[in-house]
Each structure stands twice: as C-alpha cells, then as structure tokens.
Design a protein around this ligand. Structure first.
Ligand SMILES: [Zn+2]
Length: 253
C-alpha cells in the first residue's frame, strides 16, 4: 500500500486490475483508486498508473477534488436552489410516508421516519429537480442538435453522478449530470455540445474539438470553468469520486 501526503493530509494509493478497456483514477474518501486493465503489459500499466496518480495529486493539491466530495448530493429543509437560473425553495414536511411534488417555486418533500431518511429525502429532491428541469434541458439538446448535428437522440437521462459530467452512447443516449443544472447555462450548453459531438467522433481528437469549437467558439473558457469550479458549484457539500480517464470513451471534460 502506497501513501502520499498532500497539503498535510495523508492519502492512500490503491491499484485494482479490471477487465475494462480503459485506465482511470478517482478519489474515494482519502483513497486514490487507480483502475487498470489487467491485460495491459506491466510496463504500460506502471507508466499509465504513475501519470494518472500525478494528475490526481495535482487535482487534490489545487482543491478541485476533495475527500469530502465522494458523496451523492445532499439537501436540507429550507435550502434555496437555483435550477437553470430559477429559484426554488426546498421544504421538508414530516409525514407518514415519503413523497415529493413541486408547486410553483416550492419543492415539497414529505419525509417519513426511516434509518436513512436524509438519504431518501435527498434522492426525492433529485427526482423533483429532474422532473422540473428535463423539458428545458431536452429543448436545449434539440436546439443544438437541429442546428449542428442532426443526429437521432434516443434518450436523455439526468442523474446525480459523482464521476462524470456527461456521457453519450453511439445509439444516441445522452446522460447529463444534474449538478450542471445549478451552474451557469453556458456550462450546461458546453456539456450538451460536447456530448452531441461524440455522436460524430467518439474520441477526444482534434476533429472532435474542431467540431465543438465550430459550435461554441469560446468552449475553452467554459471547459476551464467546469474544471476549476464544477465540483464545488453545487448546493450542499462538495461532490467527489471524480474520475480522470486516460483514454477516450469517457468524458473527463
Ligand atoms: Zn467527451
């Protein structure tokens, strides 16, 4: 077991062999988890692991990734949420059973007695946020798609993800992180365009970035913003378990 000290805090480095095609590193609590395809030659594994650890250490040292962050979104009673630029008030009401609804600008969650009631309530808040925001997000996806990509979008999924901002399958299933809904619209749009561009090019090569740039000439600034502030721009505690992909089919953005 390797250990490393970053800003006075001790982190463990753990490597796991997988059957995946890609190598990546993520932070989980105080552990830097390196996931390595077992079929790679040993030299290749060592070289890639070293470079992934180096990048992860840099992210931690800069405060972009934190151990406190390896958690799903947490919400509490009375919290104000800005979703796609619109303010919502969060109300938790003690009740016999769990339930949620959104009335105007109030998200109302009925919370029953349960050993994991905070977790369940937060999950219900996420569902309400997704329900409220999905039509507009879909509208924005369609907007960019019709003008620039003209691809067949099968499904849009919004999810509380702790590792990626978005993903896109070849079949046209787009997944976006709900944390993007709390950020400036420019950032959400950047991730939408990024994922749509993957319907043309799966890899992050020069043709891929060229296409993103044609749609959003200032994409570099948006990308930088997301990298610097993305994981701290969400309500409640910072999120984590962020992932750096060393290869192309995931989106470190
Ligand atoms: Zn990508």
């Amino acid at each position: 077991m390797q250990e490393i000290e970053i800003n006075g805090r001790l982190y463990r480095i753990e490597t796991v062999m997988t059957r995946n095609r890609n190598a990546y590193a993520r932070l989980k609590g105080e552990t830097i988890l390196v996931s390595m395809p077992g079929h790679w030659p040993r030299k290749e594994r060592e070289k890639t692991a070293a470079s992934l650890v180096k990048r992860t250490v840099k992210e931690i040292a800069r405060g972009r990734w934190t151990p406190e962050g390896s958690r799903k979104l947490e919400f509490s009673h009375g919290q104000m949420l800005s979703i796609l630029g619109q303010e919502y008030n969060l109300v938790f009401i003690p009740s016999g059973r769990f339930g949620g609804k959104t009335r105007g600008s109030t998200i109302e969650i009925r919370v029953a007695e349960h050993p994991e009631k905070e977790k369940k309530a937060s999950q219900m808040v996420c569902s309400q946020i997704i329900k409220a925001a999905k039509p507009e997000v879909m509208e924005r996806v369609r907007h960019f798609n019709t003008r620039h990509f003209n691809t067949d979008i099968k499904r849009l999924t919004l999810r509380d993800n702790t590792s990626t901002w978005g993903s896109c399958s070849k079949k046209g299933n787009i997944t976006l992180n709900i944390r993007l809904l709390f950020m400036p619209l420019e950032i959400l749009d950047y991730v939408i365009v990024h994922e749509l561009a993957h319907t043309r090019y799966m890899s992050h090569g020069s043709r891929f970035w060229g296409l993103v740039e044609r749609v959003l000439p200032d994409y570099r600034e948006r990308k930088k913003w997301l990298r610097n502030y993305g994981w701290s721009a969400v309500p409640g505690k910072r999120s984590g378990q962020q992932k750096i992909s060393s290869f192309f089919h995931e989106c470190p953005l």
